[in-house]
Design a protein. Structure first.
Length: 280
């Protein structure tokens, strides 16, 4: 396991990589669209697998939903793509560590956020065309799930967003500390289970949730509802991931100038490249 200063270095390298990838905008767009799609896959899997539990009012519904949705972030990390909620931790960390500027961090974050949205809407259109959410338990769960998000007050949305990304960014942070692929998968699973089962708000997952209703109908949802959720839950995700995880752990680790890979090898091994530690 890496030390805290070494883990900060891994994520600071990742912040630099995200900014560098923006020099090839189409590659960046496709990478972030893939992340939006993978999170959407988690949504549909959750509605399909946990739907029968939800409609029968089974107490295990939340546990099933959280357990299966964990597949989404696991695929994002292991397949490699740009996810906004992870970037909300990594980019402020890089700016706080002074390896990128705050303006570059903001630009990269906006790029990944809206590219995730493009991927989510394209995926949602495909799902509407498949008809898998037209009826049955999966449809009923999706409809009630969307209605619940619309009913939240802005204050509730914000703090649910904060708590969501404390857990999701916490998973990304912790995965960066680990060298074992199995260890990474385990910590991602538990963090995602915690956020989904608790009912917190993940702005990228919500993109697909709203997009299915906006494109395919079947729910009383407006573009204003969507904009409010993206703004408020997104702000909460940024505070949770950027402040509570990224900046907090960087402060704990210390603001010393970043070491080179050779300097960080207390045991004689080369410090792992960021792309080998995490991809989100």
């Amino acid at each position: 396991m890496l030390t805290l200063p070494q883990t900060v270095d891994v994520h600071a390298h990742a912040a630099e990589h995200k900014v560098e990838l923006l020099r090839t905008p189409l590659r960046f767009l496709v990478s972030a669209m893939l992340a939006g799609m993978w999170i959407g896959v988690g949504d549909v899997l959750m509605w399909s697998a946990a739907g029968p539990f939800v409609v029968s009012d089974d107490p295990a519904a939340k546990l099933v939903a959280g357990a299966v949705f964990a597949a989404a972030l696991t695929i994002v990390v292991f397949a490699g793509s740009e996810l906004a909620t992870s970037a909300m931790m990594i980019l402020p960390l890089g700016a706080f560590r002074r390896v990128i500027t705050w303006w570059k961090a903001l630009g990269a974050l906006m790029a990944v956020f809206f590219s995730n949205m493009v991927g989510a809407f394209l995926f949602a259109w495909i799902i509407v065309e498949t008809g898998v959410l037209k009826h049955g338990a999966a449809h009923d769960y999706w409809a009630s799930y969307l209605a619940g998000k619309i009913e939240h007050t802005p204050v509730e949305l914000f703090w649910r967003g904060v708590m969501c990304n404390v857990l999701v960014a916490g998973a990304t942070w912790a995965a960066g500390r680990l060298k074992s692929e199995a260890g990474k998968a385990i910590i991602i699973f538990w963090c995602v289970l915690a956020f989904v089962a608790s009912g917190f708000e993940h702005v990228v997952a919500n993109m697909t949730t709203f997009a299915v209703g906006l494109i395919g109908g079947g729910a009383d949802v407006t573009w204003g509802d969507f904009a409010l959720n993206m703004t408020v839950a997104g702000a909460g995700n940024l505070v949770g991931g950027g402040l509570f995880i990224g900046i907090a752990y960087t402060y704990v680790a210390g603001l010393a100038p970043r070491r080179t890979a050779t300097d960080d090898t207390a045991d004689g091994d080369k410090d792992p490249r960021p792309e080998d530690m995490l991809a989100a």
